[in-house]
Design a protein around this ligand. Structure first.
Ligand code: ZN
Length: 268
């Protein structure tokens, strides 16, 4: 029994990122999950419709169905024992791959780099970075009791993998992440942005998965906007990996940031 879902309203509501008009865009069953596309797991239909809205200005796609849920309700209905079924890579494979990627990119600077991993859920990623010679690597996840202690100080690198799409208050989440960035700190994060031909798929697109807790789907425009309000530039590295920063650190100062203002096209 799923209760406290916000009832459907045909009226547009303000976009959670830019305040633009976000009218209903489509509907999927609560049990739609990303695993349908990634490993063919299809849960039985729940019979609970989840409506998503899309902002007419920045293309941010979101559902407000869960906006009245408490932390405990998210735990009971989404982040429960069955979560592993719809996101099997969550515990170890994805964080280990992310650690290898970051270790490669930051290899020459790791001894001077303090890393904060925001929203990781477990310490797999940071354990690998500490073992690899980073000055410090700390996991902070307000949703996970063992990592919920607020870290102190600022960090040269703040990572945030597969987290933004889970936030019912994504603007507040980004503000919270940025609190921990040093003046020349880099925010390196992942979340999938819709392809250029998204309208051909609509909510059939694999990443729209209420059962995975994917409730806030960012377009590149909405990411640009969400970081710009804090004075950050946003750069898309790919459809999944992204960078944001105020001022580039010395070792990246050679990058031509004047060309980084505009997000790259979705498909090169
Ligand atoms: Zn918007």
């Amino acid at each position: 029994m799923i209760d406290s879902l916000r009832p459907f309203s045909a009226a547009a509501v303000p976009c959670k990122i830019c305040g633009g008009a976000a009218a209903p865009y489509g509907v999927v069953d609560f049990h739609k999950s990303c695993a349908e596309a990634t490993n063919g797991v299809r849960l039985p239909l729940s019979g609970v419709p989840i409506y998503y809205r899309r902002c007419a200005v920045c293309d941010f796609l979101f559902t407000d169905a869960f906006d009245d849920w408490s932390h405990d309700q998210f735990k009971a209905h989404i982040y429960n024992d069955d979560y592993q079924t719809v996101d099997p890579d969550y515990r170890t494979r994805r964080p280990s791959e992310n650690a290898r990627f970051v270790a490669q990119l930051w290899d020459a600077h790791k001894a001077q780099t303090r890393v904060l991993d925001y929203g990781g859920g477990n310490d797999v990623f940071c354990t690998a970075l500490r073992a690899g010679g980073f000055q410090a690597a700390i996991t902070y996840d307000p949703m996970t009791p063992e990592h919920a202690r607020r870290p102190s100080g600022k960090f040269e690198l703040v990572t945030c993998f597969e987290t933004l799409e889970h936030l019912p208050d994504p603007a507040g989440g980004i503000a919270s992440i940025l609190e921990y960035a040093a003046e020349t700190g880099l925010i390196f994060f992942s979340t999938c942005t819709p392809p250029a031909d998204f309208n051909n798929y609509g909510l059939h697109w694999w990443y729209v998965g209420p059962r995975n807790g994917h409730i806030s789907i960012f377009s590149r425009q909405s990411l640009k906007r969400a970081f710009a309000v804090h004075g950050y530039k946003y750069v898309a590295c790919s459809d999944n990996l992204h960078l944001a920063f105020r001022k580039l650190p010395q070792f990246l100062a050679h990058l031509d940031t004047s060309r980084l203002d505009e997000p790259a096209p979705a498909h090169a």
